[in-house]
Ligand binder design. Structure first.
Ligand SMILES: Cc1ncc(COP(=O)(O)O)c(C=O)c1O
Length: 438
């Protein structure tokens, strides 16, 4: 199965899900090889991949340590029912426990982020059996299963909503576009108040959890002030509600700390992980607080939930992230990228806002800095011309905006490659300005 993305700007967000070989679809790159921050297509053209694929190759592609571990595990054992342990599972669990924040010592595994989010929500309901609701943020993205789509921003063509549970989407502050001319601080206060009002007056039946991405990824790279997250933590404590942080995108070094929980210095009760943990192999799961009641046999068991090959790869990947000091490298590269983008924004009027931290870098392209009107056209052109010049920039099909360019290479990307990608970005913005494209 592949994702087919239509690059026509008017069609931003349109994807088809089931690959039909009869269609012979050539609208996307066919990847033949990957190494570190590079990918090659089937014609042999080399690209700098500044998306880390799905922001998921935190360690560059094909790291020999990961590949060797996966091959050795493949020879020894590829499949084990979740009622068995494997040495890979035990080693990974011990390793992850050594880096999880606070008392998040219990770990559940699965293969996809969406399943991990479902696991987190199930655990919340298990611990709050009388509660009926989970509160999420407007613009959130939590996955593509039926339930996690319902928990995400309203997908314009979500045909599954009729059989989805109802989530309550609560407004959140946006430092670039605060509401009603409020200051960012006032917007934070307003949104915290709206969250508390929703709990006390907005839902029938109790709330099991507030679930948020600590840094909103697909919903526009929105970095909330620490005060907002601390406010949500306090609200949860006051009302006996669990706080779930979806760290599938922010975990394993992308923020310059191992987890966004470390970056903010705030601890959730349940945290999801995925993407960067497996070194390119599918693995996801949750970290849960010791104080929670946990699943009993049969409550959360998936046939391939314990995939030993991915677990052995994850052991090698996480050891490499720690051993190679990649959190520090992410900070160094991210600081450099942010400074370069700031310097560019003095010359390039298309840049409206620059966001971090570390290698969670992005910038919004706007038609006008005063009105902040998004420019999906410019973003589409950056993506298209980037491909021509051999750099794959991250795009955002963020509902209604579609104007974010993401700079999210693997954490072990070289400074030279970062400089090259930024030079290409600068040159493309120059071309667009010269052609009057905004
Ligand atoms: C914050 C967040 N949660 C959940 C998911 C879903 O993960 P997966 O695509 O592995 O199911 C994603 C994927 O982009 C994500 O960014």
């Amino acid at each position: 199965m592949t994702i087919m993305v239509d690059r026509d700007i008017a069609e931003i967000g349109k994807t088809s899900f089931i690959h039909d070989p009869r269609e012979g679809d050539r609208s996307k790159i066919t990847l033949a090889k990957a190494e570190g921050s590079y990918v090659w297509d089937e014609s042999g053209k080399k690209y700098l991949d500044f998306t880390s694929q799905a922001w998921s190759n935190n360690l560059g592609a094909g790291d020999p340590r990961v590949i060797e571990a996966a091959i050795a595990q493949t020879r020894a054992l590829t499949h084990a029912r979740p009622t068995f342990n494997t040495p890979a599972l035990l080693e990974l669990t011990a390793l992850l426990r050594s880096i999880t924040p606070g008392d998040l010592n219990r770990i559940g595994y699965c293969l996809h982020g969406s399943s991990a989010v479902e696991m987190a929500m199930k655990l919340a309901f298990k611990n709050k059996p009388d509660a009926k609701h989970i509160l999420v943020l407007q613009d959130a993205y939590h996955g593509r299963s039926i339930t996690t789509m319902a928990a995400s921003w309203p997908h314009p063509k979500n045909p599954f909503s009729a059989i989805s549970p109802t989530f309550h989407r609560v407004p959140h502050p946006d430092a670039y576009r605060p509401r009603l001319g409020l200051t960012v601080d006032q917007d934070v206060d307003l949104c915290l108040q709206l969250m508390e009002d929703t709990i006390t007056k907005g839902v029938d039946g109790g709330v099991a959890a507030i679930m948020v991405e600590p840094i909103m990824g697909n919903g526009g790279h929105i970095v909330h002030p620490k005060r907002y997250h601390q406010g949500l933590r306090d609200i949860c404590d006051r009302h006996g509600i669990l706080l779930i942080w979806d760290e599938i995108q922010s975990g394993f070094g992308r923020t310059g700390e191992m987890f966004a929980a470390d970056w903010y210095g705030i601890q959730p009760d349940i945290m999801t992980f995925g993407k960067g943990v497996g070194g390119g192999f599918p693995l996801a799961g949750i970290f849960a607080s010791d104080k929670l009641e946990h699943f009993e046999g049969g409550e959360d068991q998936l046939t391939f939930g314990h995939f030993p090959v991915a677990m052995a790869a994850a052991v090698a990947c996480v050891k490499a992230i720690i051993g190679d000091n990649l959190c520090a490298n992410a900070r160094k590269l991210g600081d450099y990228a942010t400074e370069r983008l700031q310097e560019m924004s003095a010359r390039r009027k298309l840049i409206g806002d620059i966001r971090g931290p570390a290698l969670f870098v992005s910038c919004e392209l706007v038609k006008d800095r005063e009105t902040k009107e998004p420019s999906p056209r410019a973003a589409g052109e950056v993506f298209r011309r980037g491909l021509e010049k051999g750099v794959i920039f991250g795009e955002s099909r963020y509902l209604g905006l579609g104007n974010l360019i993401k700079i999210k290479p693997p954490l072990d990307c070289s400074m030279e490659d970062m400089a090259t990608a930024l030079d290409v970005f600068d040159a493309i913005l120059g071309e667009l300005e010269a052609e009057g494209i905004s």
